[in-house]
Design a protein around this ligand. Structure first.
Ligand code: PEP
Ligand code: MG
Length: 315
């Protein structure tokens, strides 16, 4: 899906009524930045820092990290770049952070929990991020994975402030955080919904296990209800709510997510073009009607069908 030199410039993400919906890239390496820009990414909605260090046995140094983050931020002058602090977990073990012997690692010491247990590593990462921010012109936002409580929200946001990070937020990927989103967004500057984990934890189905893969469907109305909670909380608090899980790459679901209150969408860069084209077919009012149709369904398959029917009627 590469643009050829003769094609028209890519427009920014927007609905049919002109409502902007910034379309951002999920990245795991600074080297992916050029392609993301070429495919029209308006910034980065999720930089997965743990991907840089999956093969490291030792914690990365501040210098190593500063170099990587500076490279990333330098590719997006004036643009928003959301960096996630290390998310060590069942699917992405980091030798220097994870205990490989947990019986149920998805429910264990992962994400922000693992970082707090090794707080020096978190502090070094925030140091490197603050230094890279000073050296570049991007608009750096920093967020924590696997936030489950208000106490974790306050801990992380306040720690970011100590390092001079201006925009500090949380990922909503645990149902408890979605259910308390009004309070979470009273304190955090923004939320970004990780639909992969939010679905896993809502449906109690391991996202890595093939035998329960049918439960891992973000169209499930239970997942959509939680997303609506976060969207409503964003509106009430005047705070942005992004989506950075795989759900944002499904064009029809992207419309539903905006209807539920998402203010930006982040995805694999190759998915940007289809999502951009589909958003342009619907107004914000349409998106809300389509989202209501999906919410009213009993299961994931009928939510998709209901949204499809509502979308066809609104075109
Ligand atoms: C998610 O859980 O949806 C997410 C974006 O984070 P990851 O896939 O890296 O766990
Ligand atoms: Mg996640």
């Amino acid at each position: 899906a590469r643009r050829d030199a003769s094609s028209a410039p890519i427009t920014d993400g927007a609905l049919a009524d002109g409502t902007p919906v910034p379309l951002l890239a999920n990245l795991g390496k600074p080297e992916g930045a050029a392609e993301a820009v070429e495919l029209g990414a308006e910034g980065v909605g999720l930089f997965r820092t743990e991907f840089l260090f999956l093969s490291s046995s030792q914690a990365p140094t501040v210098e190593q990290q500063r170099e990587a983050y500076t490279k990333l931020l330098a590719a997006f002058p004036g643009k928003k770049v959301v960096v996630r602090v290390l998310d060590a977990g069942a699917d992405k073990p980091l030798a220097f952070l994870n205990d490989a012997h947990e019986e149920n690692p998805a429910l264990g010491l992962r994400g922000i929990r693992a970082l707090r247990a090794s707080e020096d590593i978190l502090r070094e990462q925030l140091t490197a991020l603050a230094e890279a921010d000073k050296a570049t012109q991007a608009d750096l936002w920093v967020m924590a994975p696997m936030i489950a409580t208000m106490e974790e929200t306050e801990y992380f946001v306040d720690l970011c402030r100590d390092y001079g990070i201006k925009t500090a937020g949380v990922m909503v990927e645990v149902p408890s955080a979605a259910l308390l989103a009004d309070r979470v967004l009273g304190h955090a500057d923004f939320a970004s919904i990780g639909t992969n984990d939010l679905t896993q934890y809502t449906m109690a189905a391991d996202r890595l296990l093939g035998s329960v893969a049918s439960f891992q469907d973000p169209w499930h109305p239970a997942v959509l209800r939680l997303i609506r909670e976060v969207g409503d909380a964003g509106r009430i608090n005047g705070k942005p709510v992004g989506i950075c899980g795989e759900a944002a790459a499904d064009p029809l679901l992207a419309v539903v997510l905006v209807g539920l209150g998402a203010t930006s969408l982040s995805m694999a860069p190759t998915a940007l073009a289809d999502v951009r084209a589909t958003l342009l077919q619907h107004s914000l009012d349409d998106a809300r009607v389509i989202a209501e149709a999906a919410l009213a369904a009993n299961d994931a398959a009928s939510a998709r069908t209901a949204a499809q029917d509502a979308a066809t009627r609104s075109k």
